[in-house]
Design a protein. Structure first.
Length: 274
């Protein structure tokens, strides 16, 4: 078994894989400050509640976009689970070739999503992640990460309306009964949800036009991704476990190729993530 951890701006999502089977998932709030002991005790207890012995874990892998969390998180894993996690970043084998202007600037979460989407659905593929930010990443048929688009996520937009206006409330994000809203809450829900759907459809259309990839598969993930995917034909597949799957794949790839790290670092400097 292995422990996979996606450290996002809003949540830490943890999964336990038994081979290729996702045996358990957990969520923690990222913004809650924790010491290494608190991480270690909390994760150990979550595992125990699912009847997973910490001794059954052979390793762990982390993708993080929140550097401030990492010292305590890694310390907790080392101290309480006895494992030094693999951290997704330069020098780690992914199977992708990143050909953007600055490969090292691509977030670990986006790389992980791209790995899983390419391995599971083939290329060319456009990967949409509806998280704190909404991201769109293009991977070619040859496994080249060529472009990415970043937009505010639905929740960020909702919080901006709430915090920056005097009378608008903090609302639940869901599809209203009609876009023809007649009161404040459904008015905000209509703008947020249908606005995101419109953005999604237009960006997917423009990516297909400018890339010339008319056969592009569009795969979505992220907490609010299902809500959007159910409302538009622009998304072909919604995969809630895409990020966790990508972490498992990267862990397996690096476990198999432990002796090749020096070559990986050379490739990474040339824009490769192999």
């Amino acid at each position: 078994m292995i422990l996979v951890i996606d450290v996002g701006n809003t949540n830490l999502t943890l999964g336990v894989y038994d081979g290729e089977t996702l045996a358990a998932t957990f969520r923690l709030t990222t913004k809650t400050p924790r010491t290494s002991d608190e991480f270690g005790v909390t994760i150990t207890q979550l595992l125990r509640d699912r009847d997973i012995a910490k001794g059954a874990l052979e390793g762990a892998v982390i993708a993080s976009v929140v550097p401030d969390v990492m010292h305590a998180l890694v310390g907790g894993l080392v101290r309480y689970l006895g494992t030094q996690p693999l951290i997704v970043g330069p020098g780690v084998r992914t199977g992708l070739r990143i050909v953007t202007e600055d490969p090292r600037a691509i977030g670990a979460d986006r790389i992980v999503d791209a790995v899983a989407a390419y391995e599971k659905y083939g290329g060319p593929v456009l990967v949409l992640d509806f998280g704190t930010a909404t991201t769109y990443d293009l991977i070619t048929e040859k496994g080249e990460f060529t472009a990415g688009i970043t937009a505010p996520g639905i929740r960020i937009s909702s919080e901006a309306l709430w915090r920056q206006t005097a009378k608008l409330p903090n609302i639940e994000i869901r599809k209203p009964k009609s876009i023809l809203a007649q009161e404040t809450i459904s008015s905000m829900q209509a703008g947020l949800v249908y606005g995101q759907i419109g953005q999604t459809e237009y960006i997917v259309k423009k990516v297909k036009e400018e890339s010339g990839l008319r056969n592009l598969k569009v795969v979505a993930t992220g907490g609010l991704g299902r809500l959007i995917a159910e409302e538009t034909e622009a998304i072909d597949v919604y995969d809630s476990a895409l990020t966790l799957e990508g972490l498992r794949m990267i862990y397996d790839r690096n476990r198999t190729h432990k002796g090749s790290r020096r070559e990986d670092r050379k490739d990474d400097r040339a824009g490769e993530e192999t």
